[in-house]
Design a protein around this ligand. Structure first.
Ligand code: ATP
Ligand code: MG
Length: 567
């Protein structure tokens, strides 16, 4: 490979920029990226996109990838979030090796750099309140006005800044501001705040500090200290780039390149930490790891695989314009991934008992079932079959509607991996509810018998009554009823679009015996029903709880088919 050939096989505007930098021998052809979460919440699928992008680029260019906590705001941050974020980044395969950093470890250096700017007349201590600063900032069309404290001498500023640091002043009474240009067309350049006074315990620094750097002041310094070459962030920081560059240029330190891309938006999904926190705090979900949450911990508990999430992030790619991705695409990817990985099993969610009246009482036989038709190495298993089985209530109709081919009085169906049965009579209780369906079986129709190939119109799943284990099954649906959950009626917010049926809990479902031994996190395809995962919190030996990961209905495949038909 020659120097001028792009190294990455993928192509997008970010990789184009990096390829140009490589060719221009900028950064000595190093590529170093980072993922810089603020530990004030759990990571969601949008963060996964950022992790996959940053880590993916580092890997493709033989570069490095850092995990750095941007822990500059003590009021909202917590060790709980730090721990979960580390875990999630690793789970997604973001390998930061030994490069786990904390912005708060750089506070001393940032403080010295602030002193340097003050000494050079590039920063000043301002006594205006937050409201006053905001009021004097001007608008998009009008310049701002200068603070009366702007002309303080460097000596006075240095002394005041030291007193701010030593805790002499209450919260909000002073700030350190960069002295740039109150008439700049870019409002971010109108003497932005560098430090605020916040008397609050920091999750790592304790009470060492009572002044905290703002994002804009801190972020470029963090990148520079770590030797990050390409600082990739979301579009809302585009207008902050001149400030990012200004601080670094004033200090004359290593200058990373900030590149912005459009953040991920998903239909039927909220991806704002603040709103996700509300869902948790106001108990609309059971926690950050509720399987309906778009958090990584939620998806993991639901049963989504890291491979499918990474693949999704690859497919959607990066763009410079905001757009919204159809959540069906994510669900489609989960199905595709699980199709090859998940063993097929039988589970009956709404059971009704079938008694096969001509089957010898007390007799049990073993039938062979394929574990995964998509994976030959998955082998087969033996299913016990006996006189009493469970089938789905929905697979029987006393009065079948037109084109209903499953079981009804006098008709036949095939039992998966077993016999053809025929409905003879039904038994009802006093309320008219069907309690038993009495059938006969055709002993000639099991695999290996001459009648094995006899065709009937439907095949249904079942579980042997003697062998069945009771399970709880949780059926999840989308958390919001609207494609854009923020699109609420006047006076309402996104909570008014919550889906009241996003969780349905079924007790006493009947599942194959082997599922009683499912380990937390094990994934299966329940034949004809969908993909399910043994809940990591609530599954107990012999008492499994299953989360529905996705149903088998693939809305995305349908959309794709339609698209192809049109072509
Ligand atoms: P908030 O939800 O409060 O706006 P945030 O999601 O930006 O916060 P950070 O912890 O600052 O929280 O995010 C860490 C990194 O993840 C940032 O680089 C940010 O740009 C990126 N990121 C956050 N949300 C998305 C998203 N929806 N799509 C892509 N990247 C994202
Ligand atoms: Mg942010």
């Amino acid at each position: 490979m020659t120097m001028t050939e792009p190294i990455s096989e993928k192509s997008d505007f970010i990789r184009d920029i990096i390829n140009e930098d490589q060719q221009a021998e900028k950064f000595q052809q190093r590529v170093h990226t980072r993922f810089p979460p603020e530990p004030n919440g759990y990571l969601h699928i949008g963060h996964a996109k950022s992790i996959c992008l940053n880590y993916g680029i580092a890997r493709e260019y033989n570069g490095k990838f850092n995990l750095r906590f941007d822990d500059t705001n003590p009021t909202k941050e917590d060790q709980e979030y730090v721990d979960s974020i580390i875990d999630d980044v690793k789970w997604l395969g973001g390998d930061f090796e030994d490069r786990l950093f904390y912005a708060s470890d750089y506070f001393d250096r940032m403080y010295e750099w602030a002193e340097k700017l003050i000494a050079h007349g590039k920063a000043y201590v301002c006594d205006l309140t937050g409201d006053e600063i905001r009021a004097m900032r001007g608008t998009l069309t009008e310049p701002g006005s200068e603070s009366p404290y702007r002309t303080r001498s460097a000596e006075e500023n240095l002394a005041l800044f030291a007193r701010m640091k030593s805790g002499e002043f209450p919260d909000g009474t002073k700030t350190l501001r960069a002295k740039i240009d109150m008439a700049s067309p870019n409002i971010n350049m109108r003497d932005p705040i560098m430090y605020r006074i916040v008397h609050e315990e920091h999750h790592r620094q304790g009470s060492t500090w009572c002044i905290y750097p703002t994002y804009d002041w801190a972020h470029g310094l963090e990148d520079s200290i770590e030797g990050v070459t390409h600082s990739i962030c979301t579009l809302e920081f585009e207008n902050h780039r001149p400030l990012y560059d200004w601080y670094i240029e004033q200090l004359g330190i290593f200058h990373p390149r900030q590149i912005e891309f459009a953040r991920l938006n998903l239909t039927y999904t909220i991806l704002s930490k603040r709103k996700l926190l509300r869902l948790v705090q106001e108990h609309h979900v059971s926690g950050w790891d509720d399987p309906r949450m778009p958090t990584i911990v939620g998806y993991r508990r639901r049963g989504y695989t890291a491979d499918a999430i990474k693949n999704f992030c690859d497919i959607i790619g990066v763009a410079k314009r905001d757009s919204t991705i159809d959540v069906a695409l994510l669900e489609h990817g989960i199905r595709e991934d699980l199709n090859t990985k998940a063993a097929r099993v039988m589970a009956v969610l709404h059971p009704v008992k079938v008694i096969i009246t001509n089957y010898p009482e007390g007799s049990v036989e073993s039938l062979e079932a394929v574990n995964n038709p998509e994976d030959e190495t998955a082998g087969t298993r033996q299913l016990p079959f006996g006189r009493e089985i469970y089938i789905e209530q929905d697979d029987f109709r006393e009065v079948p509607p037109p084109k209903y081919y499953r079981l009804s009085p006098g008709t036949e169906v095939r039992l998966r991996y077993a016999y053809i049965i025929k409905c003879e009579t039904i038994v009802k209780d006093d309320n008219g509810t069907i309690t038993e369906i009495h059938c006969t079986y055709d002993a000639d129709t099991r695999s290996g018998m001459p009648g094995a190939s006899r065709k009937v119109k439907a095949t249904i799943h079942w579980v042997s009554a003697n062998d069945a284990v009771d399970a709880e099954v949780r059926l999840y649906d989308r958390l919001f009823v609207k494609e854009n959950p923020d699109d609420a009626e006047e006076g309402n917010d996104f909570l008014s679009n919550l889906n009241p049926h996003s969780l349905q809990v079924l007790q006493q479902c009947k599942v194959e015996r082997m599922l009683g031994a499912a380990a937390p996190g094990d994934r299966f395809q329940f034949e004809r029903l969908g993909y399910f995962c043994a809940d990591a919190r609530d599954t107990k030996p012999g008492a499994p709880v299953f989360n529905r990961i996705v149903s088998l209905r693939d809305a995305w495949a349908k959309i794709e088919q339609k698209g192809q038909q049109k072509k």
